[in-house]
Write a protein that binds this ligand. Structure first.
Ligand code: ARG
Length: 499
């Protein structure tokens, strides 16, 4: 087979060149897509009468057997055979015989073949990423809707104390981020709708290839309308790596919060033993190493995206071998993203959020209600800037003093300073009362948090059902391609395909 592709040369490839150009390692994930794509191409060639019936049946049998062995992980790719496509062709030829084996590549190039494989691989990967992201969302929701969600925590801006909120609202922020990532994975599948198969090397074919049928059999909405675009487009792969990088960024933010929350100063969360490590020297240590590794993951994921875009830029049309260098980046990005989402899910599912005061210093006295005091003055008719200025002066006068903890002591201080405030009936809230003072849509009042959680839960459920439907529809298509070719009913007349 090697000699087949070297016939126009007088000498074999230099061993260094062979080693450098082999893509077998990253092609392992393209093996199943390559076999399915080949089954579709074969069926089309057979229907168009481009392959004799007997040879087509031998090829179909061989591809089906290879497909089943590949699913069991029993097909090993030989690096000497350059890539997955040549590996499949060689393995198939040894099963179906040299005459039949030599026919499958009719009207096809490895350029449209690899482009098709990549889209099929991306479709499968987008389901996997979407599923993992929704799983993490559901776990965050479970914590947010449980008792932990109702506890009051200090909401921060600039990492300084700002206003008290429900922990549920905080957890839901992270849930929203990963839900949007899941939706990005779904949106990615819209970029996978055009089949490259039948574009051949770049310009299509002089053989009567039926691109519409192969596109439909492979779950595409139709053939790519431009054969040169079809073989050179790697945008979906870049989109997948952007999604991966964003998942990394989102996970790094959640991981950072977990690291902070598990410090003795904050003690808002206790990670479960299976997700913490200790020190080789300091026996008391309980380290959030896994959260730290998750925080680091944004680095490599961003790097993969930048590397991908940099390889893509400035390429002339149409296919260039540079495109091969994108495949390991994509594969690594997908692998890292799914592992990261799974790790975060496990860590969050088993984490215990601690109510304020449990084993920790009671939260410091704060002035987080000062905005509500200003709002009360506004209600009494004071212009906002004026009320804000007065409250700021009051806060300044307290500098250096120990702040009282008891809300009633605050009430007395405020009464002296702001007679108008007393008339409004404003009372300084206890910390746990504070979030419910803010009733604006989407604000910290528990009813909004609960509604937000309920909506997200419904979205997660609908998404899981949709993914299941999509996967089943795809499995049906693959089963059809695996079915033996039907008997030819008379010369030229072919039975109608199954949908
Ligand atoms: N291994 C190649 C890739 O991944 C397949 C296409 C090779 N095409 C070519 N003209 N050399 O891109």
């Amino acid at each position: 087979m090697r000699s087949l592709l070297r016939d126009r040369f007088s000498r074999p490839l230099d061993p260094r060149a062979a080693d450098y150009s082999s893509s077998v390692e990253e092609d392992q994930s393209l093996l199943v897509p390559d076999l399915v794509g080949s089954l579709a191409h074969l069926r089309m060639l057979w229907r168009e009468g481009l392959i004799p019936d007997g040879d087509a049946r031998k090829l179909h049998e061989g591809l089906t057997a290879l497909y089943r062995r590949a699913l069991e992980g029993r097909v090993k790719l030989d690096p000497a055979l350059e890539d997955v496509h040549m590996n499949v062709e060689v393995a198939l030829t040894s099963r179906a015989g040299p005459r039949a084996g030599a026919r499958l590549h009719t009207g096809r190039s490895r350029n449209d073949q690899v482009a098709t494989d990549l889209l099929l691989y991306l479709r499968e990967s987008s389901w996997a990423v979407e599923t993992a992201a929704w799983r993490l969302v559901r776990t965050l929701l479970r914590q947010a809707r449980g008792p932990a969600g109702r506890t009051t925590v200090l909401g921060r801006t600039h990492f300084q104390e700002a206003q008290r909120v429900h922990l549920g609202q905080v957890l839901l922020v992270h849930a929203h981020r990963f839900a949007r990532d899941a939706q990005r994975a779904e949106a990615l599948r819209r970029s996978l709708r055009h089949s490259p198969l039948g574009s051949a090397a770049l310009a299509g074919s002089s053989l009567p290839l039926d691109r519409g049928s192969t596109a439909r059999w492979l779950g595409f909405s139709g053939p790519n309308p431009n054969s040169m675009d079809a073989v050179s487009d790697r945008d979906p792969s870049a989109e997948a790596l952007f999604l991966a990088a964003l998942v990394g960024v989102h996970a790094s933010s959640l991981a950072e919060e977990i690291v902070l929350w598990s410090t003795p100063e904050l003690r808002q969360v206790r990670l479960d033993d299976p997700f913490v490590t200790t020190s080789s020297l300091m026996p008391h240590k309980r380290n959030p190493d896994l959260a730290e590794l998750a925080r680091a993951e944004a680095g490599p994921l961003l790097g993969l995206l930048v590397a991908h875009l940099t390889v893509q830029k400035g390429l002339p049309l149409a296919y260039n071998r540079d495109l091969q260098a994108l495949k390991p980046l994509l594969r690594e990005g997908i692998r890292r993203t799914i592992r990261l989402l799974d790790l975060m899910e496990g860590m969050l599912a088993t984490a215990r959020f601690l109510p304020p005061g449990e084993g920790s210093p009671s939260p410091p006295a704060t002035l987080t209600w000062s905005v509500e005091a200003v709002d009360a003055l506004v209600r009494a008719g004071s212009p906002f800037r004026e009320a804000h200025r007065q409250m700021a002066a009051f806060v300044k006068s307290l500098e250096g003093q120990d702040l009282p903890r008891d809300p009633r002591s605050w009430d007395r201080l405020l009464e002296e300073r702001f007679p108008a405030l007393a008339a409004t009936g404003f009372r300084v809230p206890r910390p746990e009362e504070e979030p419910d003072l803010r009733r604006t849509m989407g604000g910290s009042h528990w009813s909004w948090v609960r509604r937000d959680a309920r909506n997200l839960q419904a979205q997660a459920g609908a998404a899981a059902r949709r993914i299941r439907r999509e996967r089943l529809a795809w499995e049906r298509k693959v089963r059809f391609l695996l079915e033996p070719l039907p008997p030819r009913s008379g010369r030229g007349a072919l039975p109608a395909e199954k949908r």
